[in-house]
Design a protein around this ligand. Sequence first.
Ligand code: BGC
Length: 249
Amino acid sequence: MDVFGVDIGGSGVKGAPVDLDRGALTEQRHKVLTPHPATPDAVADRVREVVGHFGWSGPVGVTFPGVVTRGTTRTAANVDSGWVGLDARGLLGERLGGLPVTVVNDADAAGMAEMSFGAGRGRGGTVILLTLGTGIGSAVFTDGRLVPNTELGHLELDGHDAEKRASTKARDDEELSWPHWARRLQKYLAHVEMLFSPELFIVGGGVSRKAEKFLPLIEGIRAELVPAELQNNAGIVGAAMAAREQVVG
Ligand code: BGC
C-alpha cells in the first residue's frame, strides 16, 4: 500500500509517496523551504505545494514538531505559537482539498519508521529514539508499542530545558566542540536512562550521519547506543505509517 508522507522540519517541508511494505520512498522526495514565521497558514500552503507536486490523491500523513493529540497540535516550542490548540488535521485536510490527513509528532513518526525498517527492527523491551536537531524529540516504545508524545527533550538538565543544552542547535549556537557536546549528551542520556532503563537508545536527526564523531565519546550508559538508519527519510516514512494506521484502524 502506498501512502503519502510529509515531514515538517525547521528548515524544510519535504514529502514523497511511501511504499509501506518496504518503508521506502517510491519517488524522489520534494522539498520546499519552511516559511518563517512558521504560521499554520503558511506551513499549510507549503504542505499543499509538496503534495501537489506529485498530483497525489489519497491518505496523507504529516509530522509536526510538537505534541499532537487527535489531530490537534498542542505545543509549539520551535514553531509559531498559532499552532497551539489548533485543529491541524482540519486545516491541512481543507488545504489539501479534502484528502484524509493524519498528524503525528515528528519524533514519534521517526521512531515508528526506525522500529519497523531501521535500527529498532525486531527489538522488544523499552527502546527510546531521540532526534537531535533544532530541539530534542523522543519516541518511547515498549515491546514495539509507542507511548506517544513523550517530550523527553523538555526534561530539566542543569537547570535548563534539556534541548537548550544538548540539541544540535545548542552545539551550533554555542560553537561547542564534539567532546564538549558529547559530555552534555552523555549527561542527558544518563538522566533519561535513570528514568526509563531502556535496552536501546537510537540517536536520530541530521547529526546521526556524523555519529562516529560523538557516539564513541559517550561513556557510562548501560543501554546499547546506535545511530538511526533511515536518517533523512524517517519522518516521511513514519508519517505515512501513521496515516495508514488511521485508514486501517
Ligand atoms: C518538541 C517536540 C519535538 C522536538 C523535535 C521539541 O521542542 O517539543 O514535540 O518532537 O522538538 O522537533
